[in-house]
Design a protein around this ligand. Structure first.
Ligand SMILES: Nc1ncnc2c1ncn2[C@@H]1O[C@H](COP(=O)(O)OP(=O)(O)O)[C@@H](O)[C@H]1O
Ligand SMILES: [Mg+2]
Length: 385
């Protein structure tokens, strides 16, 4: 996967959404059998300077097809058609749970009937004698539905993120327990065993000393053995403590730390790990450095656990005022379901970490073409040290 193109797409993504909101063309579906009325309405909308494209039908069968294919922003329906009626069309939409703004257009409608239609959920009704009101009515109805939809969406997202947060907290608790267990195991297995061996060596040495059987050769051999054990202890302490808190991060900065991490990874798992960190920044806020380090760590752990990859590449690059980090593997790829799953707590944790720095996380995956986890973080004042 080409990381440069992923990075520049991430930048353009922001620009596109901005453009989208600046301009709009209304997609109007006329459910109307009188061509003169349609012409009048179109005229009224053009006069008001409204940008629109439209389709027309007066048949039940075509109506469904236009709704699904043309995807109107609004439907202007005549109350009484020869074979079909405006309210019937409205009920069809409602049955399908389609929240398309709907305005009834009628020659004449009793006040009572109009009220009933509004109560049913129709957004507005317009008399054919007052088409002047049409542009404003359309804009209002569309806006109202959009706000409604946005509210629903926000509520949905809020619920989802609340659930995710709860899972994340639970996971964090159990991660802390797991980590304690693994530190305890490391301390017991590595340090405990080596210390025991050291104690045995020293006890032996002392015994031989008191029984007078100690020769120079034995002293040299025992000291060599003790030195070996002490070296092993030093190595274990270093490995355990750098797993807890990478010392290189404070001493050498993010670039060297990632390089170190990649080298350790390659040694330990025999998966080739290349780094491309040349134009990355060297001085970063400490919390951001830790976050980047953990993102690489989590991504590399995922590669080992899930990807079945033979190669990993890590990129760090500054483009304008943005920092890009990507970890890309050549493994089996992530399934779409897993990307969206609220059980993917590692990935959700990554997204949350990035969000803390106002950044964006992107995961790209193609079957048999591997996975690329990339993040884009704005280098604001607070993200630099
Ligand atoms: N690099 C990768 N390659 C293939 N699959 C991956 C990769 N990273 C993650 N996955 C898939 O996405 C799922 C979610 O990942 P994650 O949230 O980190 O959870 P966990 O690692 O605890 O299973 C994993 O269970 C795995 O199936
Ligand atoms: Mg994981």
């Amino acid at each position: 996967m080409n990381y440069q193109s992923v990075f520049s797409e991430l930048v353009h993504d922001r620009e596109d959404t901005l453009q989208d909101t600046l301009k709009r063309t209304y997609r109007i579906l006329f459910l109307e059998d009188n061509p003169d009325d349609i012409e009048l309405m179109r005229h009224e909308l053009s006069e008001a300077g409204m940008d629109f494209i439209s389709e027309q039908t007066d048949k039940r069968l075509d109506f469904g097809k236009f709704v699904s294919d043309f995807k109107p922003d609004i439907i202007l329906a005549d109350y009484s058609l020869s074979t079909f009626n405006g309210m019937q069309a409205f009920y069809i939409l409602r049955k399908e749970d389609l929240l398309i703004p709907f305005i009834l257009v009628t020659g004449a409608l009793s006040e009572q009937l109009a009220l009933e239609c509004l109560k049913e959920g129709v957004d507005d009704f317009i008399l054919k004698s007052s088409f002047k009101r049409l542009p404003a009515a359309i804009a209002n109805a569309v806006k109202k539905k959009e706000v409604e939809q946005e509210k629903n969406l926000i509520a949905q997202e809020l619920r989802k993120s609340h659930d995710e947060l709860q899972l994340l907290v639970e996971r964090q608790q159990s991660t802390i327990e797991d980590e304690r267990m693994s530190i305890a195991r490391d301390l017991h297995d590595e340090l405990g065993q080596t210390l025991t061996a050291l104690k045995i060596d020293i006890t032996m040495l002392r015994k031989k000393l008191s029984s007078g059987t100690l020769t120079d050769q034995i002293v040299i051999t025992e000291f060599d053995s003790i030195t070996k054990l002490i070296n092993k202890l030093t190595g274990s302490v270093k490995r355990i403590s750098s797993g807890l808190r990478p010392e290189t991060l404070d001493e050498l900065g993010i670039i060297e730390s990632i390089r170190w991490q990649a080298a350790e990874f390659e040694k330990r798992y025999e998966i080739k790990c290349s780094t491309f960190l040349n134009s990355g920044p060297t001085v970063l806020d400490r919390n951001l450095s830790i976050a980047l380090f953990r993102i690489v760590q989590e991504s590399l752990t995922n590669v080992v656990r899930h990807a079945n990859a033979t190669q990993v590449e890590i990129f760090l690059e500054q483009i304008d005022d943005f920092l890009f980090l990507a970890v890309s593997d050549n493994g089996k790829g992530i399934h779409e379901d897993q990307l969206k799953s609220s059980q993917s707590l590692g990935l959700i944790g990554l997204r949350e970490r990035v969000r803390l720095f106002n950044g964006k996380l992107n995961i790209r995956s193609e079957e048999a073409n591997g996975t690329m986890v990339s993040v884009m973080i704005p280098l604001t004042q607070s993200n630099q040290s």
